[in-house]
Design a protein around this ligand. Structure first.
Ligand SMILES: CC(=O)N[C@H]1[C@@H](OP(=O)(O)OP(=O)(O)OC[C@H]2O[C@@H](n3ccc(=O)[nH]c3=O)[C@H](O)[C@@H]2O)O[C@H](CO)[C@@H](O)[C@@H]1O[C@H](C)C(=O)N[C@@H](C)C(=O)N[C@H](CCC(=O)O)C(=O)O
Ligand SMILES: Nc1ncnc2c1ncn2[C@@H]1O[C@H](COP(=O)(O)OP(=O)(O)OP(=O)(O)O)[C@@H](O)[C@H]1O
Ligand SMILES: N[C@H](CCC[C@H](N)C(=O)O)C(=O)O
Ligand SMILES: [Mg+2]
Length: 501
């Protein structure tokens, strides 16, 4: 990639002051906000964070070869050979710099953002599969990973920092992608990781309680999600879950010119004629759902490989985005029929004899747990039991814990509380919070997730279903800041083998 020169980077930045050795023709080798990653000839952006202040690492970055420092306040020590650029907002500047550094490649791609509390990964991955299958070469950025052509890049954050985002866009464009589907988290929107991206489309899945540790109120959480709708190009499109009470709020500033409204139930919000997309289930099975979709005055039958009404909504949103992207309904339906389910979302783990079934799912919010439990209760024989094993993450929204406890107590025949990723919290405190919501119902409790899963497996009678929720695809457990290998799927399989033996 051709290296960008300093003056090109500064052109679009809202600069307050420039100090020191700033040669405008200087080529920049790299930009980063992490001093640990800086290389010689790089640009370091000092960000005031929640944990620490990037300004503390300016000297460290310069020592490692940073030639430009972008900051909100000049450091005490100024090196003559280094160029110091003071800006009002480092996070915003980082997004502007990252986009420019990668030659504004973001402007050449159709970027579709998916936001909402639950269902982003499911919807986005389904959409990527559909678009690739229908002939639009499309990349993906979201929970755990990015798909760049044939390559998989592992990610820490669902929506990475701007520098990583634009680097991924650049790699995708190089590999012939015309479009990108990306999950846009509320954290990313507030922290301006996606600032400056002109989205071709946005999808709003739903809004229910999560992340109130960060946003504090549902209104502020909603305002964060709404920022994605504002970032859609005027000629772009928006798809909303019209059954969600927050749908109208999401599109309040946009009007309904290119707005697609999906509904599987009681619509809270209406669109222009022809843009309403409705579905109902014809046949529901654990690994396949047949639906009838009504769109633009026509009816289509469509099957796909996921269970539950909530997944029908995810499917409809993908269908709507396909239409908005100019695809025909029939090929979209054909592509959706074969798309693979996402790992760790309603993933069935069967024992050797097939008599006992366990399901791994990533439900880590009250609404997700309610929906998954509802779906499993609808699909299992009425005389069989549903056993639920789950915990809640540490250093995250505490208020959701009793609500998840209550969801499990209401819907499951047996409840087993355990640890998720306690992070820096005491696992017992987290389990106490969950237990408050379980109230009088009896439950088991194990600090060890492996033990909890073994208990669940051993409690199962023939035909029962065990749901292990909260960690889905995750292959680690984070305790006291340390990540160790842990997989719900592997633990269940081992427990089923032990039981069958
Ligand atoms: C709120 C949030 O997103 N915080 C993340 C963020 O923190 P921060 O920006 O405040 O940074 P900080 O750790 O205080 O450090 C400040 C600055 O100093 C820099 N630094 C730090 C140390 C050093 O030696 N040198 C150095 O330059 C850092 O790179 C940073 O630029 O950047 C840190 C470093 O990458 C992350 O560890 C931290 O993740 C937190 C702990 C986190 O877990 N965030 C989650 C909640 C998150 O963002 N999740 C959403 C998904 C939610 C969903 O799925 O709905 C996501 O998009 O992934
Ligand atoms: N449309 C939906 N409505 C409610 N719950 C859903 C929906 N889709 C999925 N879920 C539940 O949420 C869980 C997580 O799904 P998914 O990974 O698609 O969501 P996400 O929004 O990407 O989550 P994250 O915030 O962690 O990125 C699923 O395992 C399921 O339990
Ligand atoms: N994106 C979510 C994932 C939660 C997954 C759960 N296993 C946990 O660790 O809390 C978050 O970062 O809050
Ligand atoms: Mg996700």
């Amino acid at each position: 990639m051709e290296r960008i020169k300093l003056y090109m980077l500064l052109e679009r930045l809202e600069v307050l002051t420039v100090t020191g050795g700033c040669e405008s023709e200087m080529e920049i080798q790299q930009i980063t906000s992490d001093s640990r990653e800086i290389v010689k000839g790089g640009l370091f952006i000092a960000v005031r964070g929640f944990e620490t202040d990037g300004h503390r690492f300016i000297e460290d970055a310069v020592g490692k070869g940073a030639v430009i420092v972008v900051c909100q306040e000049l450091p005490g020590t100024i090196h003559e050979a280094v160029c110091y650029v003071v800006v009002r907002d480092s996070r915003r500047s980082m997004a502007q710099l990252a986009k420019r550094f990668y030659h504004d490649v973001a402007d050449t791609l159709h970027i579709i953002g998916v936001t909402g509390t639950n269902g982003k990964t499911t919807t986005a991955r389904l959409m990527v599969a559909m678009m690739n299958d229908c002939g639009i070469r499309t990349g993906y950025i979201g929970t755990g990973l990015a798909l760049v052509g044939e390559e998989t890049v592992l990610l820490g954050k669902t929506t990475p920092e701007a520098e990583v985002l634009h680097r991924l866009f650049s790699m995708m464009a190089e590999r012939g992608c015309k479009a990108v589907v990306m999950e846009v988290s509320s954290h990313a929107l507030v922290l301006q990781r996606t600032h400056g991206i002109g989205f071709t489309g946005a999808v709003f899945t739903n809004l229910t309680q999560d992340h109130l540790d960060f946003h504090h109120t549902m209104e502020r959480y909603a305002e964060a999600k709404q920022l994605l709708m504002d970032a859609v190009d005027p000629e772009g499109f928006v798809v909303v879950n019209a059954d969600d009470p927050w749908a109208a709020f999401m599109v309040k500033k946009r009007g309904n010119a290119d707005l697609y409204c999906c509904t599987v139930g009681h619509k809270q919000f209406a669109c222009r004629e022809g843009m309403d997309i409705r579905a109902r289930i014809i046949k529901a099975e654990m690994q396949r759902t047949e639906v009838e979709i009504e769109a633009g005055g026509r009816k289509y039958e469509c099957g796909f490989r996921l269970p539950g009404l909530y997944n029908v909504m995810n499917l409809l949103e993908v269908f709507a985005a396909g239409i908005a992207m100019g695809l025909q309904p029939e090929p979209v339906i054909d592509c959706l029929a074969t798309a693979s389910p996402v790992e760790g979302r309603m993933e069935i783990i069967s024992g050797a004899t097939g008599e006992f079934s366990a399901v791994v799912d990533y439900a880590h919010t009250p609404d997700a747990l309610v929906k998954v439990i509802e779906t499993l209760n609808e699909l299992k024989p009425p005389d069989r039991a549903l056993i639920v094993v789950f915990g809640c993450g540490g250093n995250r929204d505490r208020d959701k814990r009793p609500k998840m406890g209550s969801a499990a107590a209401k819907g499951a025949d047996r409840v087993i509380i355990t640890s998720d990723n306690p992070r820096d919290e005491d696992p017992d405190d987290i389990m106490d919070d969950i237990a408050e919501g379980v109230s009088s119902a009896s439950f088991h409790r194990f600090g060890s997730r492996a033990e909890a899963i073994r208990c669940g497996v051993n409690l199962m009678k023939k035909g029962d279903i065990l749901l292990v929720a909260g960690k889905g695809h995750e292959n680690y457990q984070e305790v006291a800041g340390v990540r160790r290998h842990f997989s719900d799927r592997e633990t269940i399989t081992a427990a089923l083998v032990a039981r069958n033996a």
